[in-house]
Design a protein around this ligand. Structure first.
Ligand code: F6R
Length: 241
């Protein structure tokens, strides 16, 4: 495990974008595993900036996203498909048929998850997986207690996650109750894992996940066992370690 300290959110975003950029330069046809949430938005903005300056080319890159709400069509403003296009894909030259996000509109959970694992297998596995971390240590939608050995699967959102996401949907009843997510096994099979974390509210969970025992109760703690795991955090997120 390697920890990189950044001064603030912008510095964290630039450092994370540098690592992703190095991956794309070293292997132009690489597979990037991507995340949604607030934390990576600055990283995506930095990548777009470098793309506009001609410093990075995504024309051969394939992307696979971590997760998607079950039941939301792609064009729904809160779908992760929509989020990724708005925050990254619409502004870079990744080819549309190289973009993969679990298919939230397929109500058949087993089929949707199997199809996604098959896609990850078909593209040759993930070279670099970008992650954020939830306050309870979740990665993707793998909540505390999730089995470490799972591939892509369907999860019931916890009441806490539904509460947290209500701000995006306006109304609690509109928040989807389930999601398709890469499992811990899928994430651990990525050749490199890069986590971004910022803000004082992440300090406790960063300490617990990476300086405490490896346990399914803190899903991110398994990353201690990953052979190439990099955590880029700002001062506030790393203030307790
Ligand atoms: C995103 C995801 C989540 C987030 C986590 C942190 O695709 O799967 O695990 O990474 O909830 O979210 P933020 O960055 O908003 O604090």
């Amino acid at each position: 495990m390697k920890i990189i300290r950044a001064k603030d959110y912008n510095d964290m975003s630039r450092k994370a974008a540098n690592i992703i950029s190095a991956q794309v330069i070293m292997k132009p046809h690489c597979v990037l595993g991507l995340a949604t949430g607030g934390t990576p938005v600055g990283t995506y903005a930095q990548l777009i900036d470098w793309y506009n300056k001609g410093d990075i080319d995504f024309s051969e890159v394939t992307t696979v996203n971590l997760d998607e709400y079950r039941g939301l069509p792609r064009d729904h403003e809160q779908s992760y498909w929509y989020f990724m296009h708005k925050n990254l894909f619409n502004s870079i030259n990744v080819q549309p048929d190289h973009i993969f996000v679990p298919n939230g509109s397929n109500p058949d959970a087993d089929a949707a998850c199997k199809e996604y694992d098959d896609i990850i297998h078909m593209v040759g596995g993930v070279d670099l997986q970008l992650l954020g971390i939830g306050h309870d240590g979740h990665i993707g939608f793998n909540e505390p207690g999730a089995a470490f050995e799972l591939g892509t699967h369907c999860v019931d959102l916890t009441e806490e996650t539904i509460d947290a996401n209500t701000r995006f949907f306006g109304n609690r009843d509109d928040v989807p109750r389930q999601a398709y997510t890469m499992g811990i096994k899928t994430i651990m099979q990525a050749r490199k894992v890069l986590m971004v974390a910022n803000g004082a509210d992440k300090a406790d969970i960063i300490k617990k996940a990476f300086f405490g025992p490896v346990t399914p109760e803190v899903p991110a703690s398994i990353l201690q066992m990953h052979p190439d795991f990099i955590l880029v955090g700002d001062e506030a997120a790393l203030s307790k370690v």
